[in-house]
Design a protein around this ligand. Sequence first.
Ligand SMILES: Cc1ncc(COP(=O)(O)O)c(C=O)c1O
Length: 372
Amino acid sequence: MANDVSRRDWLKGGSAIAMAMLLGEGANAQNMAVPGFVPTPENPIRLGTNENPYGMSRVARNAIIDMFDTAHLYGRGKYMELIDVLAEMEGAKRENITFSGGSGEILKTLGLITAVEGGSVLTADPTYHDLTRYAGRRGVNIIQVPVDDNMTIDLDAMRAAYTDDVSIIYLVNPNNPLPTIMEKNKLKEFCLEMSQKCLVFIDEAYHEYVQNPDYETMVPLAVANENILVARTASKIHGFAGVRLGIAYGSPTWIGKLREFMTGGTNQLAVAGAAASYKDTETQDFCRRKNQESLAIVYELFDKHNVNYVKSNANFVFFETGQEATEVRQLFRDNGVLVGRPFAPFTTWCRVSMGKPEDMRYFAEVYEKLFT
Ligand SMILES: Cc1ncc(COP(=O)(O)O)c(C=O)c1O
């Protein structure tokens, strides 16, 4: 490296070569907006795991690069800065917040706590599987309550399914793979009532994508009550899926318990990037707008062909194919598109994540070729 250009300046320069080297060859080439990209079964468009196709914001990348200067030292780096950014954003105190290596670590830790301390997990079906799979493999009893006819988590049925043995109620809002939400007032009432009996844990992984007046975050309840906990993640709109940063909001008791049980935790680069990213509302607005553009393309396709689908409060759509999901997944893969895995009991439905609008136009072409 030339002496007059520091490594950091060179990386920050944003030239195509520097960026390509930073990201690894071809790492960012899995979408139709890249000139010359041809989707193949080996290098498909990634519409299977609800990632952000725009990646991390420029300010987050630069904050991570700056952090390299001290990343060889032990210590928490910008941990307290990130705590303060989020505390101010969410009206919480420092003791109401902790971090993890992706929110998956929080989910699994709660599964572990249940396995160690006893009790059952009450949740919806279908829903995200990290907590229940981890807990179930450690012998925890899992009670699953089917979603209602509108594909929404059925809070009355959850109340009815509660038994004295339940120690955690796990609710995902918006849910996944069904991108539906629970109505805010009903959910608040449920949280306040059921948290008298056990922990009510709300997973808000897709919070930043929601644009629905019936939705509300449960963070204010979590910081004001003993037994309500909320998880968020930087993996979705912030584009940190590979960097790994999760956030828990709750009472000092539950935050302390999570800290005691977690073994992985965060790294300084993820924390520094997140401290910048959560302040960068412009990039989040951009991603939300583009997500709506992509959703509109998919809705138009499905409306045109009278396909049953669940309108999205997140960055993915769930639609009926009438064929086994494993077969459908393979058909899409053969045509260069990676879609979601099968989600029992809806095994003849498919989940497609929103890529860039160009990706969704390609998805629409493939869909029409395969299914119309
Ligand atoms: C509902 C939900 N919760 C949690 C996660 C875990 O995300 P991460 O561990 O990347 O924070 C995901 C990932 O897709 C998810 O969909």
